[in-house]
Design a protein around this ligand. Structure first.
Ligand SMILES: [Zn+2]
Ligand SMILES: [Zn+2]
Length: 273
């Protein structure tokens, strides 16, 4: 498996973070199986760069296939879609998957790309579109077994586990930990995962000072879950656009003391499993 991060910031892409080693773009990752099939997770602003690369790379005659799986539909996870080059190519075939009914997802994406918010209507873009739902039983996507677990987040958010042979990657992009203990559903999904991506939007201090109920978590809770689920590696993600590199570096250091294989996700980072 090969994971490539294109955006790891939460909430909004901040111009203040263009020089940051973690980047400024909002969530988007590409997960590739050993056989070379791929799934794009979320359509945050990081998707733009991936789309440009896909449109450039593919031979001009061949169909260009893409699969986008959504965790949820908050703006930071969809705002790259109107700027995704393959959307505007007649030879592109794009499959959109989420845990919502396909018609509902179609309608939401239509709302995102509609005048006066965007000049080109979603349904008028020339690519071929398919809409699918991933149910509680999971699915095979991009040649990988994908399982899901509902997270604690306003309007809902889904965590996904991708499995390819013995390797596995679990993404919990937006989630708030419970008042007491850990989220057992998520710990179960993440059990012994090769890679675990977790929402580290706040420092524990920030969380305690007025961020409860906002739907996000801390590096400390990520460490708790990583240890309970016995994952191999923890990647802190959904990084706060208000946090500079020094603040994120301090979070990473503090997390590493309690769980050594902790890293921070970063735009441009490639992880091979
Ligand atoms: Zn988010
Ligand atoms: Zn969200």
């Amino acid at each position: 498996m090969r994971i490539e991060f294109f955006g790891v910031r939460g909430s909004f892409p901040s111009a203040d973070r263009c020089e940051s080693r973690y980047g400024a773009a909002t969530p988007c990752a590409r997960i590739e199986s050993a056989a070379g099939d791929a799934v794009i997770l979320d359509a945050g602003t990081g998707l733009r760069m991936l789309g440009t690369r896909m449109a450039k790379k593919a031979p001009t005659e061949a169909p260009l296939r893409a699969t986008i799986l959504f965790t949820h539909f908050h703006l930071d996870h969809v705002f790259g879609l109107p700027f995704f080059d393959p959307l505007f190519l007649p030879r592109a075939e794009i499959t959109f998957i989420s845990w919502l009914d396909p018609e509902e997802m179609h309608e939401i994406l239509g709302r995102l790309m509609k005048a006066p918010l965007f000049p080109v209507a979603f349904d008028e873009t020339p690519c071929r579109k398919t809409f699918l739902r991933i149910g509680p039983e999971g699915a095979t996507i991009g040649g990988m077994r994908v399982q899901r677990a509902q997270l604690r987040h306003p309007q809902g958010c889904m965590a996904y586990r991708f499995e390819d042979g013995k390797r596995s990657a679990v993404f919990a992009t937006d989630t708030e930990h419970p008042e007491e203990g850990i989220d057992n559903r998520l710990a179960e999904l993440a059990r012994k995962a090769s890679l675990f991506v977790y929402d580290a939007m706040y420092t524990p201090e920030e969380y305690a000072q007025g961020r409860k109920g906002w739907g996000h978590s801390t590096w400390e809770q990520g460490v708790e879950l990583a240890r309970a689920a016995r994952v191999e590696r923890l990647f802190l993600s959904h990084l706060n656009p208000e946090h500079d590199d020094r603040t994120i570096g301090r979070m990473r250091k503090a997390a590493k003391i309690r769980f050594r294989p902790t890293e921070c996700a970063a735009a441009g980072l490639v992880v091979k499993l």
